[in-house]
Design a protein around this ligand. Structure first.
Ligand code: GBE
Length: 504
């Protein structure tokens, strides 16, 4: 159990044991363990464009942005975005220059299966992703592929989307097509990106498909996504044992800090962690294989008071618990920021909602540094606390940071990005070296500027700037590229003197 091991071996994310030891100072720089890898991330709808090209069908984000431009901050959409469908070779070149070891990207389901179902495979869709993976592997980059980063085929939404239990079977069919199509290549898998985001915001908030049924549909979505994940994982291990690849799920966790040291605030913060993270982590990474107890208790109780004959939170069968429990080789963690939590006072509202069920009130501290995203303040210590909470709560699982990053104003001078990455990586280093958290890699979000969902193109997370007005969607390195590539290439955090050299 204790030997130091690579998580990526022979080009595969082969998770065998802990990455530990080898944490050191070299030339005055703080270094990560030898086999700790750095990567960058994107997602299909956010960068590809080519929304109706070569047999791709409509996704829920195509439909949503076309029918409701007013719900997008700048009234724009991902029809063209950074045009990575045509410019992926350039993107791979950027990554090779950066010196990262892997690329986390996602596959557009409607590009591969235009009907949403496995009756018809769009060969051009498969060709595109095969060429991308080939290009990566040729450049000694590994592929970490997200199967679902929110762009559901509209045809499946028409059947109720993730609220329909049959979706779990359809997802397994889709997953099997993907695994088979790239069987001869070096690929590791993430089933879902941030179920909390697409279930809560998609079925009870502002994201596609724009359903407005929090307290019902978000729970149904979560339920079926968890089933889909568990079933896909078992299928992978049963049908493709020879591939010896890794499969995990990505869950996002902002750190929920109690607003004060009062017992009420501390309890509310723990409830928030269980509702916002445990909802998806508990069934997979805890021994119970089920929803967190506090979530079960609160939603059951609220449902009873609201006179529903049954809880709005569905129940897993014993068989479902069995296949979900332990169904991941690693926990993909997206982390950006921190919140202050206190209990929401007053009676349970007659109107069902996820936030009401959790019964928490969330803010951020005014003096935490702001960024170009309203929701994102710079609180690096929250990262270390989140990692330690995960370590305690789920018996120190293997964690891969699948997203962390910050938006900056347009332009190439992005000292705030450099400062953000440096401070968050120091916190991460402490979590590994001092606290013994088993984190095996760090993925920066994002390689290039992209379509930020309801925030349109107004938020720029890229290490490379994209000039959307230029015909070639020109990518240009920001200052932070020099900084991040030093880290990716050496595995060490540069000193402040080093950083100061190129910042002006
Ligand atoms: C990730 O989610 C996504 O996986 C990725 O696709 C995205 O590009 C990246 O974030 C950067 O945004 O009204 O502005 O306060 C806040 C991170 C919505 C978690 C934003 C939803 C952060 C959860 C809405 N949040 N997101 S508001």
């Amino acid at each position: 159990m204790n030997e130091s091991h690579s998580c990526f071996e022979e080009g595969k994310l082969k998770i065998v044991s802990r990455v530990q030891g080898g944490v050191a100072f070299r030339n005055g720089e703080l270094c990560f363990p030898k086999n700790f890898y750095f990567g960058v991330a994107t997602a299909s709808y956010q960068i590809e464009g080519a929304w109706n090209v070569s047999g791709k069908s409509e996704s829920i984000w195509d439909r949503y942005t076309h029918e409701h431009p007013e719900r997008i901050f700048d009234h724009k959409n991902g029809d063209v975005a950074a045009d990575s469908y045509h410019r992926f070779r350039e993107d791979v070149k950027l990554m090779a220059d950066l010196g990262v070891k892997y690329y986390r990207f996602s596959i557009s389901w409607p590009r591969v299966l235009p009907t949403g179902l496995a009756n018809e495979i769009n060969e051009d869709g498969i060709r595109y992703y095969r060429e991308l993976i080939n290009e990566l592997n040729r450049n000694k980059l590994m592929a970490l592929v997200t199967m679902y980063h929110w762009d559901l085929p509209q045809s499946l939404q028409d059947l109720g989307g993730w609220t329909n239990p049959i979706m779990a079977d359809y997802f397994v069919d889709y997953a099997r097509v993907l695994i088979k199509s790239f069987e001869d290549m070096r690929v590791d898998w993430i089933t879902f990106n941030e179920p909390l985001s697409f279930c809560q915001a998609g079925y009870g908030g502002m994201d596609a498909p724009g359903a407005n049924a929090s307290g019902f549909e978000d729970y149904l979505c979560g339920h079926n996504v968890l089933r889909a994940h568990g079933m896909a994982y078992r299928m992978y291990k049963r049908e493709f044992p020879h591939l010896n690849g890794a499969m995990g799920i990505t869950i996002d966790m902002g750190w929920q800090e109690p607003a004060t040291t009062s017992p009420e605030d501390q309890e509310a913060a723990e409830t928030a962690r269980q509702f916002y993270f445990g909802w998806f982590a508990n069934p997979i990474f805890s021994k119970t294989g089920d929803y967190p107890a506090v979530m079960r208790k609160r939603v059951d109780e609220a449902s009873r008071q609201q006179r529903y004959p049954r809880s709005r939170l569905p129940t897993f069968t014993a068989e479902e618990v069995e296949y979900m429990q332990g169904s991941a080789d690693f926990l993909g963690l997206n982390h950006y920021t921190t919140y202050l939590i206190s209990p929401k006072k007053g009676k349970i509202s007659p109107q069902p909602s996820f936030v009401e069920d959790a019964g928490i009130y969330s803010t951020q501290k005014e003096d935490w540094p702001k960024t170009n995203s309203t929701w994102l303040r710079v609180v690096p210590w929250g990262f270390r606390k989140a990692l330690n909470w995960i370590k305690r709560t789920y018996e120190n699982p293997i964690v891969l940071i699948t997203e962390n990053g910050v938006s900056t104003p347009p332009g190439l001078h992005d000292r705030r990005r450099t400062a953000y990455i440096l401070s968050y990586l120091r916190a991460l280093h402490a979590a590994i070296a001092l606290d013994g958290c088993r984190v095996v890699g760090y993925t920066y979000w994002s390689l290039i500027d992209n379509f930020e969902w309801t925030r349109g193109f107004s938020e720029r997370f890229g290490l490379y700037e994209v000039d959307y007005s230029s015909p070639n969607k020109t990518r240009t390195a920001r200052e932070s590229v020099k900084f991040f590539s030093h880290i990716a290439k050496t595995g060490c955090l540069p000193t402040l003197n080093w950083v100061a050299q190129f910042q002006n």
